[in-house]
Design a protein around this ligand. Structure first.
Ligand SMILES: Cc1cc2nc3c(=O)[nH]c(=O)nc-3n(C[C@H](O)[C@H](O)[C@H](O)COP(=O)(O)O)c2cc1C
Length: 209
């Protein structure tokens, strides 16, 4: 039995056990090897892309395609895949505009196929204010959807000053100095192992239906 089979079987066993205990019908998020899964991300500076790749690594399957929202044909993509995981970096104006467009233009199909969403941002969620901000980012990200993704996760991103566009650098320089009143320095809060773990969870998670 390879690792994926083991994870799938464990997921199915857990699902059956939970359904038995609680009298609910449980179903694995990912139902089998034949399902084609698209992991669609929106990025500006690469952390959301790296995070998508780490999640896919955790899922350990050939059935996942990691796709940049800027390189896909919406009509083809929504038809081609059985399940979607969507993720985006967060900037002042929210998630990636193209990803928001995909959700707005293909709402019915997308909400029936999205199993999970993730955001990559600077906010850590370590305190109540941060938790509230993250909740707000998800709310805005999911706004076009009437059915929310069954799994959601936030991950730390990164900001490397030398890599920012001039417009973003000026905006953030001003924000750090005048709003946060902190020194404007580069930071990296990405954690590959957390994203990989989320990929494993996606493969083993069962949900009530
Ligand atoms: C212009 C700009 C605005 C940002 N605004 C926010 C914000 O409002 N809240 C937040 O938590 N992080 C914010 N960040 C941090 C980003 O979410 C972080 O850099 C993330 O890694 C971006 O994803 P990417 O690397 O895939 O582009 C901002 C970053 C930039 C460059």
């Amino acid at each position: 039995m390879d690792r994926r089979d083991f994870l799938l079987r464990t997921g199915i066993m857990l699902a059956s056990a939970s359904a038995y205990s609680f009298g609910e019908s449980m179903k694995p998020l990912i139902e089998g090897k034949s399902e084609k899964i698209a992991l669609v991300y929106g990025t500006r500076y690469g952390a959301a892309e790296d995070t998508a790749q780490w999640i896919a690594k955790g899922m350990d399957t050939d059935n996942v395609d990691v796709l940049n929202i800027e390189n896909i044909n919406f009509d083809e993509t929504v038809q081609k895949y059985d399940k979607f995981i969507i993720g985006s970096g967060i900037w002042i104006d929210g998630a990636h505009k193209q990803l928001m467009k995909l959700l707005s233009e293909h709402t019915a199909v997308m909400e029936s196929k999205i199993i999970a969403s993730f955001i990559v941002c600077g906010t850590t969620g370590e305190d109540e204010a941060g938790k509230g901000r993250i909740e707000g980012y998800f709310k805005r990200f999911h706004k076009p959807l009437t059915v929310k993704p069954k799994m959601q996760r936030h991950f730390g991103g990164r900001m490397i000053i030398e890599k920012l566009s001039e417009k973003d650098r000026k905006l953030l320089d001003n924000f750090y100095k005048n709003v946060l009143k902190k020194e404007f320095v580069s930071w990296d809060r990405t954690k590959p192992e957390m994203a990989e773990k989320f990929g494993v969870e996606l493969l083993t998670k069962s949900v009530s239906v």
